[in-house]
Design a protein around this ligand. Structure first.
Ligand code: PLP
Length: 297
């Protein structure tokens, strides 16, 4: 056998059902419902200086996702936080991207929920691969696509086939993200939230079942409010997306990035705008704060 392709190379210490072990040694039974049905939920938590960023927000979203799919939360918040610390401490780098997944567990294949089955808990933490300096300074390309996903996009489900296809649609056109439109309105990106800026005002779709409540999105909303940037959560039409002065995308692994080309046409001046630069700076200082600000109820 030859060497595996770079993308297939996996290493590092992970966590599976109570045990820390090498990723290449971790195994789940083929009848795990995560494998058979994508029957599970997940989280991605950025870790800066070995501290999970906005941990309460991620834990709250995990609880909401588990509740939505009726999987009992296998741990309380304190136990999760302890497991994250243990996993993070076992990695070489200070800045990491912590991934965790909870599936409904292993059972004979049948769509309906099995009884008396323990959820599968898997976690890994990789070096945080942030956007390059060039991507931050120049912005990235994006394409629009029809949002053809289900009506529970607020659940951070491991059933990501539609998102995978939508991201590949962008990659096939040399773009970093697809910006999704449903019935003439912006929802989000294939793996990010999206903001438009017009005449110095930032707008983003309000949270609903049609999009994921991003933790980075929440951070940006909070920072905009705290620093007096005009900010609205409301429906954003396709026309507003196409005529924006600035477009941003936001996610845990991409932070906040300017989209400077949409469907091959420049967004605004075709360069990251002044509002982006301000928010990027605010985000950079927020992520290194020793204690995250208290969350709103
Ligand atoms: C569909 C979708 N929307 C939004 C986001 C951004 O969420 P967060 O900021 O919590 O990473 C993600 C993250 O992967 C996502 O997959």
């Amino acid at each position: 056998m030859g060497q595996p392709a770079a993308d297939a190379q996996v290493t590092g210490v992970c966590y599976l059902n109570g045990e820390f072990l090498l990723l290449e040694e971790a195994r789940i039974p083929v009848l795990d419902r995560g494998f058979i049905y994508g029957d599970g939920v997940y989280e991605v938590i950025p870790v800066y200086g070995r501290r999970p960023y906005r941990l309460p927000g991620h834990l709250a979203r995990l609880r909401r996702s588990l509740d939505a799919v009726q999987i009992a939360n296998p741990h309380d918040d304190g136990q999760w936080a302890h497991l994250f610390d243990e996993l993070v401490a076992r990695q070489a780098t200070d800045d990491q991207s912590l991934y965790l997944q909870v599936t409904r567990g292993v059972a004979k294949r049948d769509h309906a929920f099995p009884k008396g089955v323990a959820p599968t808990v898997f976690m890994m933490s990789n070096p945080l691969a942030l956007p390059t300096r060039e991507q931050v300074q120049e912005g990235v390309r994006a394409v629009t696509a029809t949002d053809n996903r289900w009506y529970r996009c607020d659940v951070k489900s491991t059933s990501l086939l539609a998102n995978v296809l939508l991201r590949q649609f962008a990659v096939d056109q040399g773009a970093a993200e697809s910006v999704l439109l449903r019935n003439g309105f912006l929802t989000e990106g294939s793996a990010s939230n999206v903001f438009v800026v017009k005449n110095g005002r930032v707008a983003t779709p309000a949270m609903s079942h049609l999009l994921l409540p991003g933790i980075t999105w929440e951070a940006i909303a909070e920072l905009a409010l705290r620093h007096g940037m005009p900010f609205e959560q409301r429906d954003v039409s396709e026309a507003e997306v196409r005529e924006a002065d600035e477009l941003w995308l936001a996610s845990s692994t991409r932070e906040v990035l300017a989209i400077t080309t949409l469907d091959g046409r420049p967004v605004g001046t075709g360069r990251p705008g002044p509002m982006f630069e301000r928010m990027y700076g605010l985000f950079q200082s927020d992520k290194r704060q020793p204690a995250p600000p208290a969350r709103h109820a």
